[in-house]
Structures are given as structure tokens and as C-alpha cells.
Design a protein around this ligand. Structure first.
Ligand SMILES: NC(=O)c1ccc[n+]([C@@H]2O[C@H](COP(=O)([O-])OP(=O)(O)OC[C@H]3O[C@@H](n4cnc5c(N)ncnc54)[C@H](OP(=O)(O)O)[C@@H]3O)[C@@H](O)[C@H]2O)c1
Length: 269
């Protein structure tokens, strides 16, 4: 019953009580949005730039980020900055954190948005993790850990992890599927995606438990269901059709949930 209700809510969310217009002026706020060149991340960056934040788009493909930066500047009159970050390589994650630390002494908000869904099932990260778990969980976890000094230096900082409705189908992390092997190979790719999104919730809770008394609010959010992002790019046509059948409506309200977790002052997000 709980799962059915949750499916219903995900497809027909209630009318929002909060919108981008409610975000205060963000001058002097430094914000990183991973994967901010596309989909949900790009919409998030649009809202943040329009409120005068200094925004870094941390992503892996400079050409795609440059194109997005140009479009965002036209739309908002503000220019986002590029931070090279490949979440499938822990050395790239470390280099990104170090590059940021040379540029800024504090980080007010970290939005761990970048993610992948149903890529080639054989794909692994550089360190040999299942690609969905490595890119969606291990990379963002390491990036967040490395940026803790700058988050604490902000005095009052927020970390938002983009999870998914799919986390409700998972009860625990199966550690023998994280790296390649027989258990991973017999697990359905959608279960591995849902497991990665469940882990986003677990990691967000753990950061809240460890650093909540140090001025950090760590949250996770299901952003809503939107078929018009680039998430389908890595999926086979068959998987994409199946996912689209599950997603009943285009939900323009979705991105508000990630922003609300940052700027509404609602600590329950
Ligand atoms: N769309 C939905 O209905 C939905 C529902 C629930 C949760 N979510 C979550 O929302 C988040 C955003 O999804 P989206 O739908 O907006 O997808 P999207 O349009 O595909 O955006 C994903 C972003 O991640 C970046 N990225 C991919 N691989 C990367 C890597 N190795 N290193 C760094 N960045 C990388 C992509 O860059 P490139 O474009 O250059 O590859 C892109 O900017 C994801 O965490 C997803 O799980 C989405």
C-alpha cells in the first residue's frame, strides 16, 4: 500500500506551496551543482543565477558545459563557472575538489545532482565499481568529503543529494553487487539504479548525523519525474520506453523540490 501511495504521489504531486520566486537574493553565496549543464541541474542553475549566486557547474564534458553556460548567460544575464569533474574517476574527483579549493575559501551549497540511469550493464568506473553505484554514490560521497572544510567554513551550509522515487523499492544495500562479479551480473540494472538512489538517502542521513552540529544541513530529495532531461541518453530504446510508461506526466514542478531543500528553511527536506 505504501509503495502504491508513493507511486501515486510521484506522478500526481500536490500543488506546490513554494516556488523559485520565494528564493531570497543569493549574492555572495557560492554554490556547486554537479551535472548542472543538463536537465534538472541546468534548471537549478538557471534559478540560482537569476538570484545572483556564484555558481560552479561541475561536470565531465567541457564542450557541453560551455554550451550550457552560454545559454544560461543569455537567459539570466549571469555567467556560471566550469569545474572539471568526472565522477567515474576518484582521481578526477580529488582534482576537482583541489581546483575548487584554490578558487574559493567557502562553499555555501553543494548540490549532488549528476547521475546516470541504466547505462551499458557491463560498464564500470575507473576503480571498478558498478557504474551506477560508482557515479551516483561513490564519486559524490568522495567529492562531498573532500569539500567538508569549505562547507564548514561557510558557517551554515547545505548539501542536497538528488535521490529518486526508486529508492522505495530497496530495503538494504547488497554490498556484493557494488563491484563486478556474479551477484552484480544477476541483478537487474533497474535494481542497481534504485539501489544507488537508496544509497543517496543513506549517505545524506549519515552526513546529517556526523556534521549536523557543525552547521551542515544534509538532505536528499526525489526531484519528481521528468522525461525531457537527458537521462535517457545512456539507456537502450527498450529501457527508455519502459521508463516512460511509468512516468505518467511531465512535471514542471519537480525541480522546485531540489531548490526548496536549499532555500525554504525547511529542515525536513
Ligand atoms: N529525470 C527524472 O525523472 C529523475 C527522477 C528521479 C531522480 N532523478 C535524478 O536527478 C538527477 C539529474 O537527472 P536528469 O534527469 O536531469 O539527467 P541528465 O539530464 O542526464 O543530467 C545528468 C547530468 O550528469 C552529468 N554527468 C553524467 N556523467 C557524469 C560524470 N561521469 N561526471 C560528472 N557529471 C556527469 C551529465 O553531463 P553530460 O550531459 O555532459 O553527460 C548531466 O549534466 C540524477 O541524479 C537522477 O538520478 C531524475
Amino acid at each position: 500500500m505504501g509503495v502504491a501511495m508513493s507511486m501515486y504521489d510521484a506522478n500526481w504531486p500536490p500543488r506546490p506551496k513554494w516556488s523559485v520566486d520565494n528564493i531570497p537574493d543569493l549574492s555572495r553565496k557560492v554554490i556547486i551543482v554537479t551535472g548542472g549543464n543538463s536537465g534538472m541541474g541546468k534548471e537549478t542553475v538557471t534559478a540560482l543565477l537569476s538570484k545572483n549566486a556564484k555558481v560552479y557547474i561541475a561536470s565531465h564534458n567541457q564542450a557541453r558545459v560551455d554550451a550550457a553556460v552560454g545559454e544560461l548567460e543569455k537567459a539570466t544575464g549571469h555567467r556560471a563557472l566550469f569545474l572539471k569533474l568526472n565522477l567515474t574517476s576518484l582521481s578526477s574527483v580529488k582534482a576537482a575538489a583541489q581546483a575548487f579549493q584554490k578558487l574559493e575559501s567557502k562553499l555555501d551549497v553543494l548540490i549532488n545532482n549528476a547521475g546516470v540511469m541504466l547505462p551499458n550493464p557491463k560498464a564500470l568506473t575507473v576503480e571498478g565499481y558498478d557504474l551506477q553505484f560508482g557515479l551516483n554514490v561513490v564519486g559524490p560521497y568522495y567529492f562531498t568529503r573532500l569539500l567538508l572544510p569549505q562547507l564548514m567554513a561557510a558557517g551554515s551550509a547545505r548539501i542536497v543529494n538528488l535521490s529518486s522515487h526508486g529508492h522505495i523499492f530497496i530495503e538494504r544495500i547488497k554490498w556484493d553487487t557494488i563491484r563486478d562479479g556474479p551477484e552484480r551480473q544477476k541483478t537487474k540494472p533497474l535494481d542497481l539504479y534504485n539501489q544507488s538512489k537508496f544509497a543517496n538517502v543513506v549517505v545524506a542521513c549519515e552526513f546529517a548525523r556526523r556534521y549536523g552540529d557543525k552547521g551542515i544541513v544534509s538532505t536528499s530529495v526525489h526531484p519528481g519525474l521528468i522525461t525531457s532531461t537527458n537521462m535517457g541518453r545512456t539507456m537502450s530504446p527498450h529501457s527508455l520506453e519502459a521508463i516512460e510508461l511509468l512516468i505518467v506526466q511531465f512535471n514542471a514542478r519537480s525541480i522546485d523540490s531540489a531548490l526548496r531543500c536549499n532555500f525554504s528553511g525547511d529542515s525536513r527536506c
